[in-house]
Every structure is written in C-alpha cells, then in structure tokens.
Write a protein that binds this ligand. Sequence first.
Ligand SMILES: Nc1ncnc2c1ncn2[C@@H]1O[C@H](COP(=O)(O)OP(=O)(O)OP(=O)(O)O)[C@@H](O)[C@H]1O
Ligand SMILES: [Mg+2]
Length: 262
Amino acid sequence: MRVWAVANQKGGVGKTTTAIALAGLLADAGKRVVVVDLDPHGSMTSYFGHDPDSLEHSNFDLFLHQGGVPQGLPQQLLLPTSHERISLLPSSTALATLERQSPGQSGLGLVIAKSLTQLWQEFDHAVIDSPPLLGVLMVNALAASQHLVIPVQTEFLAVKGLERMVSTLAMINRSRKQALPYTIVPTLFDRRTQASLSTLRLLRDAHPEHLWPAYIPIDTRLRDASRAGRTPSQFDSGSRGVIAYRALLKHLLAQQLAAQVA
Ligand SMILES: Nc1ncnc2c1ncn2[C@@H]1O[C@H](COP(=O)(O)OP(=O)(O)OP(=O)(O)O)[C@@H](O)[C@H]1O
Ligand SMILES: [Mg+2]
C-alpha cells in the first residue's frame, strides 16, 4: 500500500479537495483506496455524507489504546463513500481533544501508521487529510506516509505558511529513518490576478526541486462536486480542476516510481 498525506499548517488552501480529488482519480483507475480524515472538523467525512458530530465510532477510537491498535479495529471503522473503491476512516469532533497533546510525551505518534499496516491487504493506496495545526494528528499523518503533498494557495500570505510547514517537516524528519519526500502544489490559482502570478514565480524561485511545475486553477466545479458529495472526477471528469488534478496525479506517480528505482 502506498500512503500519501496532504498537509499544510495553513487553513483553507485546498487540502481536503486535493486529498479527495487524488483518491477519486486513483479509484477511477481501479485502485482500492482508503481515505483517512484526521481533521477534527471532519470536512472529508462530511464531504462523503457522514456527520462528524454524531458518529459514534471514528479514528478517535484508534487513539484509545496507549499507542497500540487492537487487531481488526481499523476494519470496523471503515465507512462507504460515493465511490465503490473508496472507503473512509472517518473523523469525529472527539479528535479535537488530541490536537494539542505532544506526540512525544503521549506515545501516540504512530497510531495511524499501525492502523494502516492492518489494512495493507485490502487497499492499494491510502490518502490522509490532516488538520491545519501541528499536533498529534499531523504528526501521525506525516509518520504514516511515504510522500507528502503540500497544497499552497497562490497568494502572498500562503507562502509564509509554507515556510512554517517546511520547517515542521525538517523537525519531523529528524525522528524518521528517511526524509519524507514532498511535493508543493499551487492551488486556487487565478491567472487574472497579479498575486497569483507573482506567488507562482516566488514558489518557483524558492522551491525549484519540490514544486509541481503546474497549478490547480480556481474551478467552481470542485465546489459543486463537494456539495454533491461526489469525487471531482465522478462529478465532472472534464472540468478544468479535474484535468489539473489528473496531471498532478501523473506527476506524483512518476515521482514515486523514480523513488522506487533509486
Ligand atoms: N481549485 C479550487 N477552486 C475552487 N474552489 C476550491 C478549489 N479548491 C478548494 N476549493 C474550495 O475552497 C474551500 C476550501 O478548500 P478545502 O476545504 O479543500 O481546504 P482545506 O485546506 O482542506 O481547508 P481546512 O484548512 O479548513 O481543512 C472549499 O469550499 C473548497 O470547495
Ligand atoms: Mg480540510
């Protein structure tokens, strides 16, 4: 199973949309995908029609066993989505109580990694959505994954948020055997605005080797897909947003292949 996390400490940059768009395209291609919602707000869970405020069981259950994960528990938590090949490990508001704990002290940093190990046989791919806050949940997302996708909104303030995310990653890499490879993805790009264009230039200068050399445009069809509770490609496979996400997926898969060969 390949595990990707989508994370950025900045809110509203397209993390959840990116995670669902990529998961949808992988599933369209025949992959069995598990999406993991680690955001206590539960946007991904709501997207697929489940209510994070009223779910009795969620990812929170995985954190209740002193860092161990009982055999079979992750399977029991899986919920269906709009796509027959995508299952959801849902969030619930209870997850918020974990947010501010220090993962080092609580020993809960590897709970999601261990949970996904139990799902190795059932899925080809996992995509983790994380909250815009550095805490136990983001640490779990990064520790469980083999590649990190960092969506960055193409506006000036977002670039500062990116620097924070990159230094968080450097900190986390110190406790990993191998540095976590990452790809920066410019999102919500509006080619009519100067801010979008100059931010893109800024990103290209500052992060040449980690930047995906294209961008995800602003596309209202992505918002419509979320309202309909369907993956972007299920909703409108020819939309500009989906075409861009398809190119991104191709890039990520090529990078993965290159990493395997190296
Ligand atoms: N490329 C896009 N074009 C138009 N709307 C978009 C695009 N990407 C995301 N959106 C919309 O912008 C809003 C924020 O996106 P999303 O929820 O994916 O961000 P997020 O980073 O996960 O936010 P949060 O930090 O709150 O979890 C949503 O309403 C989403 O539908
Ligand atoms: Mg989100």
